[in-house]
Structure formats: structure tokens, C-alpha cells
Design a protein around this ligand. Sequence first.
Ligand code: PMV
Length: 318
Amino acid sequence: MGKMINITTQASPSLALIKYWGKQNKKQNLPATTSLAMTLDTLHTTTEISFSQNKDVIRLNGIEKQDDKIIQFLDFCRKYFKTDHYYTLFTENNFPTKAGIASSASGFAALAAAVNAFENKGLDNKALSALARRGSASASRSVFGGFTLLKAGAREAIPLENKDYWPELRVMVCLVSAKEKFIGSREAMEASRTSSPYYSVWIKSSRSLCKHAIDAFYKKDFEKLGWAIRQSYLRMFSTMFTAHNPIIYWEPGSLQIIQTAETLRKNGIAVFETMDAGPQVKLFYLEPDEKQIKKMILQECPDLNFMICSAGKGVRYL
Ligand code: PMV
């Protein structure tokens, strides 16, 4: 008879201010650049795990799926925890999946915590972060709340400051399209690494960019941080645009928001955009400017759906 244990965990996406893009070691999933990130509130993945008889059963947002990335991760967990258990997973995102809103970060953080609790292994957050990295490198950051750093070549993320460090800081996640992306981040970063002539420049230049961003973060110099946020995603995309074949996640709606942010800056409002492996645009700003930003965004893009986030909590057991 199977165990009757049933565990539920929750984790939130980790949005990078300074991006991880490219792997130093593919097998172990070690990042090639240092990323600085904020774990968001409001958005989350909830995962319920229970025992399954003879195969893994995965239900993603209510639909049964054979997800290779998840199965590979569960195979790794079985080896790591020295068990032959199969699992039934019910996992739900309260935001679009695989659309470039870091659903893999929250998803693998929630899953690593769920398997750890189910197997009663009591891993601390450092070990959990290293385990989650095997599913997705950004998931190692989602284990922790607030602001995190995942160093190039590191096995786990480091918590820098908790969610209350910068209470005015906000992120507007603009949903340009809810379609699943046409190419996953794993494949896209590998194409950048192996075929973009700019990849080596990306790796080299991201070191000083990250130092610049960390310095601005600790001084709470938002303009300086904002400059680095924009440079990071634009340099990352330069490696995608110049890959063979070129990868273009951007859509007309993405550019419309990028240009609206530019107009806002020209009007003296500090708002800085970033993007990940998908068409969504995320705007960083400080709360006192929220009203004006919302007004301008809705004027330029009246049908836009968006979600507003602050820094949130790390992985939790429900
Ligand atoms: O963790 P992955 O494999 O889904 O890659 C995440 C890559 C970016 O979201 C584009 C950047 C980042 O640092 O989160």
C-alpha cells in the first residue's frame, strides 16, 4: 500500500534584475553569469504531492501532462534521496505558464520543497536551493524570499536582503501575450552560447554590470540600478538576436511598453523595464510614481492586462 501522505507547497517567481543567461556546466546546470533577483509576491505556483503506484502522474493547471523537464527532475530527486517512489503532482500557477514569467523558477522551487517534505528529508534552504537548481537555475533563487544572488558557477543562491528591504520597490508585470513560448529558455540560451558572436562579450561584461547593480542596490540608488537593469536584459537579448538561428521573443506589444517607459522617463518618472525568455515586459518603479505610470500605460495600451508585485516570500509549506 502507498503512503497516504499529502503535502502542499508554494513558491513565487524570481525576477532577475541582472540576468542569468547561459550555462557554465550543462549537466549540473550551473549558470555562466551572476544574477541578482527579486522574488515576487502576488504570483505563485502551488504544488501538491502524493504517492503514485508505478509512474509519475503530473497535472499542470488541471491538465495531465508528460513533462520531460519535470520527470528528469523527479529522476534526479529519486537518486538524490535514494528512493524508488513515484509521485502524483497537482501543480497550478496563478499566472500564465511558460510565457516568460519565470514559471520554471516558482515551479521547481515548489517541487523541490514538496519532494523534500514528502520524503521527510529536512533539507535546509541552502540545500533546497541547490536541489531546485537541478530543475531550473532561477528556481534556486525562488527558494529564498526578498532579494537574492546566484553567482556564476554557484550551486545555490544566496539570500541578500529580505522582502522588507526596499518597501517602495514595485514591479508591474505587463502581459503582452499569454501564449506558450515557441522555444524554451534552456534551448535558447544554448543557441546563444554556441552560435552568437556576442556571447563572450555578454559573459565578460555582465561581471562589471552586476557589481554596478549590487552597489546601486545597497545605496538604493534607483536611477543607477535602473540603468543596469536595462543594460542587462538588452545585452542578454543581443545574444539571442545574433544566435543562429536568431531568437526573437519580442512582439509589437512588448515594444509598445518599452517605448511608453521611455516616454515616462523623458517626463522625469523613473521606470525601468526588463524582459525574460518571452514577450512580457516587467516595469520596475517606486510606489509614489505608480498612479502616473498606470495612467500612461493604460492610455497607450488600453487593453493591457498587468499584475503589480512587491518583493515576496520564499518557498512555503501550506
Ligand atoms: O531558469 P531558467 O532556465 O528558466 O532561465 C531563466 C532565464 C531568464 O529568466 C531569462 C533570466 C533569469 O535570470 O531569470
